[in-house]
Design a protein around this ligand. Structure first.
Ligand SMILES: NC(=O)c1ccc[n+]([C@@H]2O[C@H](COP(=O)([O-])OP(=O)(O)OC[C@H]3O[C@@H](n4cnc5c(N)ncnc54)[C@H](OP(=O)(O)O)[C@@H]3O)[C@@H](O)[C@H]2O)c1
Length: 301
């Protein structure tokens, strides 16, 4: 196989950081942060792609501020839809594999069994609409591509529910947490590991097979929970990190915790397609959580 080169965009994000780990040993790895690859200036990134000629572009950067997107719809669209579409087009023209991520928030939450890829997306918020439009534009670009829809992403670093709970647990006596939204917490570590495996398998295929297998795949940890139960799990597993404190937890209804963006009440996604097409299964969310927790305790491992 010719020497491989991966270009990771969004190197400071939760998934971007872990992709740099999981692609170690892949070949050359180029990782760009916002200052080096700003999605509001896609032309400059396309120029870099043409110069560097990577074998795969992994777009892990996105506008992820779900509530803020309601008041910044143009920016959310530019970053989550326009830029991914243009980058995917540039990759298609040079036969470069394009990989990116989407979200469970493309669904409206009205089902009570896991969402499958063929279900009709109906986003409840601007972030979801911008990500859905991004999916469509990447698909329209027509090149080899993989779009992984994931959910409730957390990991050992970055802005996420897990680290927020650890911080608040040390500061507050009591926390009220939404208990009527069900989903699958998914670790950045598990996403990055699964992405590497699928990319390796995709690159082993003929162009025709790779084109046929391009598309959207749900990629989440197995099992489901709600935010309240996830918080309970965090506090029971991380008691040693809380300096002897344990906040009281109260279950809350989403309607009693109004946010600018509406969120789906049920966004669990079936990973059957990922498993059938690529023989890849992510761990149970509790097992993935244990891995994240261990990494937090041994940050240099
Ligand atoms: N977080 C979740 O719960 C969740 C759930 C479902 C799907 N996803 C999807 O999974 C993917 C990875 O998410 P994540 O949780 O790793 O995201 P994240 O931790 O919020 O990181 C977002 C990254 O995007 C970068 N970024 C934002 N605006 C940019 C711009 N204009 N130009 C270039 N870079 C920009 C950020 O840079 P700075 O560090 O400079 O801000 C950061 O590196 C995204 O596609 C996201 O939509 C996430």
């Amino acid at each position: 196989m010719a020497s491989r080169k991966a270009m990771i965009l969004g190197s400071t994000g939760q998934v971007g950081v872990e992709l740099q780990r999981s692609f170690a040993g892949y070949g050359e790895v180029l990782a760009y942060d916002r200052s080096q690859a700003d999605l509001t200036r896609p032309g400059a990134i396309i120029e870099t792609i043409r110069q560097q000629k990577p074998s795969v572009v992994l777009l892990a950067a996105a506008y992820t501020a779900v509530d803020k997107a309601e008041s910044e719809p143009e920016l959310a669209m530019a970053v989550n839809a326009e830029a991914p579409g243009l980058l995917a087009q540039a990759c298609a023209e040079s036969d470069i594999l394009f990989v990116t991520y989407s979200t469970d928030y493309v669904f409206d939450g009205s089902k009570r069994e896991p969402w499958v890829e063929s279900d009709e997306p109906r986003p409840l918020n601007m972030y979801g609409r911008s990500k859905l439009e991004g999916e469509r534009r990447v698909q329209q670009a027509g090149g080899r591509h993989l779009i992984f829809r994931t959910s409730w992403v957390y990991g050992p670093h970055g802005k996420n529910f897990f680290l927020t709970m650890l911080r608040l647990g040390k500061e507050r006596e009591e926390l009220s947490i939404v208990a009527d939204q069900t989903g699958s917490p998914t670790s950045s570590i598990a996403i990055a590991a699964a992405t590497r495996t699928v990319v390796d398998r995709m690159e082993g295929l003929s162009s025709a097979e790779a084109a046929a297998r391009s598309g959207i795949y749900h990629m989440t940890c197995a099992g489901s929970t709600n935010w309240y139960e996830f918080a309970r799990h965090i506090f029971s597993e991380c008691a040693d990190q809380l300096e002897g404190r344990q906040p009281r937890l109260r279950p809350l209804k989403a309607e009693d915790y109004p946010t600018p963006a509406k969120r789906p009440s049920y966004s669990v996604m079936s990973n059957e397609m990922l498993s059938n097409a690529w023989d890849v299964r992510l761990p149970a969310w509790q097992d993935a959580f244990a891995t994240v927790k261990n990494r937090l305790q041994a940050p240099l491992s």
